[in-house]
Ligand binder design. Structure first.
Ligand code: AMP
Length: 284
């Protein structure tokens, strides 16, 4: 695996590969890699000739200073995992390389209602920060295919919108969520959970599964939601949201007593276990 710290030699290398007719796959990450990330590398390796992974803890997407400071850094293990997975290129830029003009007075991206609901509502500025870094990374790497996880459902929608705004030819591939054997979605933040909290954290998955079953039985959404919220708070969670949304638009998609909602839906949960914020979702 070749490691680049600077964008210019990275872009030059990628151009050489493209000139040789090779397809480029890209997996952007914040590091602290787990098997969910490695599944994205695997998908990229299957679909493309050169897989580029980036590790960059992007300061502008953290709306909470302590979440940024406490974000795990396991770079040595990450490199070992990427090598073992057969990743071809690792891009490991500094903040100065990504934000040479600093992190203030930045471009604003028109994300419309997408940044006013769910993660957008509870993490103000988060998706603008995601777009800041993704715009820069996509411009540097210019991949044919971009691999991202369904675990960050709304982020995939935001990046799809950014690709449109950029008129980028890059194809976004959304990959399924990898879970621990007990159902907990793999996340770099899981390693910050205390052992007892880790046990309780599976309640998010249990809720998603229960919600899916009850929705498919046609149970009235407010009844399901109340039950799910009680399960989460009983397990020690502080809830940001439990929402049922249209899978294509993310607009609320709750059937009334009189109507049955048509079309695919997704249930999304965000909740804190002490100071660790976890998110997960499931198609219904
Ligand atoms: P992160 O490092 O958390 O920004 O994640 C980097 C990429 O990995 C994003 O596209 C995530 O959606 C994806 N990802 C994170 N966790 C998982 C998971 N459990 N399964 C599949 N993809 C994931």
């Amino acid at each position: 695996m070749i490691v680049f710290k600077y964008a210019e030699p990275l872009a030059r290398y990628i151009q050489q590969q493209k000139n040789a007719g090779k397809q480029i796959g890209f997996v952007p990450t914040l590091g602290a890699l787990h098997n969910g990330h490695i599944a994205l590398i695997d998908q990229s390796k299957q679909a493309t000739a050169v897989t580029v992974c980036s590790i960059f803890v992007n300061p502008t997407q953290f709306n909470n200073a302590s979440d940024y400071q406490l974000y795990p850094n396991t770079i040595e293990q990450d490199i070992v995992k990427l090598e073992a997975a057969g990743c071809d290129v690792l891009f490991l830029p500094s903040i100065a390389e990504m934000y040479p003009q600093g992190t203030t007075n930045l471009e604003h991206y028109d994300l419309g209602y997408l940044e006013t609901l769910l993660e957008g509502k509870y993490r103000p500025g988060h998706f603008q920060g995601v777009c800041q870094v993704m715009y820069r990374l996509l411009t540097m790497v210019q991949p044919h295919q971009l691999f991202m996880g369904q675990k960050d459902y709304q982020q995939c929608m935001v990046v799809a919108r950014l690709l449109l705004l950029m008129q980028s030819p890059t194809q976004l591939i959304t990959c399924p969520t990898l879970r621990e054997p007990d159902g907990l979605a793999m996340s770099s933040r899981n390693m910050r959970l205390l052992p007892e909290d880790r046990q309780n954290a599976i309640t998010i998955y249990r809720c998603l599964t229960l919600i899916k079953q009850e929705c498919n039985k046609g149970v009235f959404w407010p009844v399901i939601k109340e039950k799910a919220e009680k399960m989460l708070t009983d397990a020690g969670f502080r809830i940001d949201y439990v929402e049922l949304a249209d899978a294509k638009t993310l607009q609320p998609a709750t059937a009334t007593l009189a109507t049955i909602y048509q079309g695919p839906r997704v249930v999304l949960i965000a909740a804190f276990m002490h100071d660790v914020r976890l998110i997960d979702n499931m198609l219904v």
